[in-house]
Design a protein around this ligand. Sequence first.
Ligand code: MG
Length: 384
Amino acid sequence: MKRRISLLGSTGSIGRQSLEVIAACDMTVAALAANRDAARLEEQCRRFAPSLAVMMDPAAAKDLSLRLSDTSVRVASGMEGLLEAASLEEADTVLTAVVGMVGLRPTLAALQAGKRVALANKETLVCAGELVMDMADRCGGEVVPVDSEHSALFQCLQGCRNRSEVKRLILTASGGPFWGRDRESIYHASREQALNHPNWSMGAKITVDSATLMNKGLEFIEAMRLYRMPAEKISIVIHRESIVHSLVEYCDNAVLAQLGAPDMRLPIQYALTWPERTQAAAGPLDLLSCPPLTFREPDYESFPCLSLALAAARKGGTATAALNGANEAAVGLFLEGRIPFGQIAERVAWALNREEHVSNPNLEQILAADAAARAAALEYTPCN
Ligand code: MG
């Protein structure tokens, strides 16, 4: 099936790699949406000829309108535009590669319209996983993961006829640039050091999340929601080489793993072509030139964000939205050079301690928990 895709977040790292896959697989683009890079979105529109282009930023949308005035591409802006792109009639698939909580409402809109959502926006499942999966069930939409670990689990679960046969999901983690260091020695790590990921080339926010290991905590919650698994049935191992992307252990102790070169184009492609496989946009894995594959216990002491995420995962309800909101705010401050690396975890912990917990939240309560946690993370003052 040749899919027709609305791509949200097209100018970011995942968005650009998605367009490479779409071109290689000869699929078409119905809509493109991005935050504020009008020049790059113009270039993408000229190449992929969508019917709709959206800029979140209103000034950038005006700029894009002028740039595209000689074409038939319609330009829209803001959340309204993003929601329109997500529910566009002519699109059968919505690939959401936007960063952060902003992806939630478009994901719900796409599922409500019965579309496949190829989900690269993990914050959506972390904050409102139950609402998202329920919406998919009710409206005939489907969520297919793009995140490499969840794609690996998804691949290892193909052919599993009974989920009760699954004993454990095992997420692998590269450990990021600071693996092997202790908490004190990375407390004042710079933005540049945090952005220097050993294996993956990704956007700034997720690269910082990989350095704190918050990324793995968010992925833990994402796996719970996607596969409806309790926290006790998910574990994390550090696998520095990023060759084994995750594993599923079955009740007979058989363990299935998915291996591949660390290249996001592979999971992006599978999310679009599933249940079929097609010629690859990504390169092959050469087993004979792989380094030895190693597996280690995570270091919860040096990477407190991971413990905070697992605690929020077990608590459930609005705790995961609070975790995510506080983390987005704290990472934003770190990327602006306003706080040291080690203070990200302190701010998240501070916000979680102040959370007004709701066990079975609706969308408004989730958005309120997110906003309150952001505010708490911003107001934190270190006591020394
Ligand atoms: Mg990942």
